[in-house]
Design a protein around this ligand. Structure first.
Ligand code: SAM
Length: 184
């Protein structure tokens, strides 16, 4: 499915557009500090970071602040409603280090070995992001010494095992609820 079809897919729109309100809700912010969770991914100032499925931008603005002016954050989502919302937030926060991209994360179009850390935060498991296609694409775009950071909803316990079984990433640590992997 190309990006246009995916962005227009009924199931994606039906599920995620209402979920958008919850994604950025005060209750979520009260339950979860996005900056603290991002710190668990160990992202550093000056890094190039890919955020897969940025949604309404719950993690986007804090991630951009963590990498600083010298860094670059690619905030990617298949739904234009979400990329538009995130673009507005980026603009009103006057952040120059974020590129918001409407794209299918299974085929990012990013250069090979261009990313220091890829964030899969709150996007797995999901049928539109099958690990069998997503992990090879992440492996392609992440630099040889780069990392994959995964934050999961509590019901997704089998995902870490599947990532290891892919043999594309090795487990490094779990910090602040974030699973960290190094690219093999
Ligand atoms: C549950 S939301 C999580 C959003 C955000 N990471 C957060 O935690 O608030 C999952 C997001 O992944 C996006 N998504 C799903 N399949 C995708 C794909 N193949 N490519 C890019 N984004 C996708 C959806 O549009 C949605 O915004």
């Amino acid at each position: 499915m190309n990006t246009e079809d995916l962005g227009n897919s009924k199931i994606l729109n039906l599920l995620f557009k209402p979920a958008g309100m919850l994604m950025g809700s005060r209750v979520r912010r009260w339950l979860m500090n996005p900056m603290k969770t991002l710190q668990g991914a160990g992202i550093l100032p000056g890094q190039t970071v890919l955020e897969v499925g940025c949604g309404t931008g719950f993690f986007t603005i804090p991630a951009a602040k963590l990498i600083g002016d010298e860094g670059c954050l690619v905030a990617m989502d298949a739904l234009s409603d979400f990329t538009k919302q995130v673009s507005k937030k980026v603009k009103s926060a006057d952040l120059k280090n974020v590129r918001v991209v409407k794209c299918d994360a299974l085929n990012t179009g990013l250069s090979t070995a261009s990313i220091d850390t890829a964030l899969l935060f709150g996007v797995l498991p999901w049928p539109a992001l099958p690990l069998s296609q997503l992990l090879p694409e992440m492996h392609r775009v992440i630099k040889p010494e780069g990392s994959l950071a995964v934050w999961l909803f509590p019901i997704s316990g089998w995902v870490p095992k599947s990532i290891l079984q892919s043999e594309l990433f090795t487990y490094v640590s779990k910090r602040n609820g974030v699973y960290n992997y190094r690219r093999c």
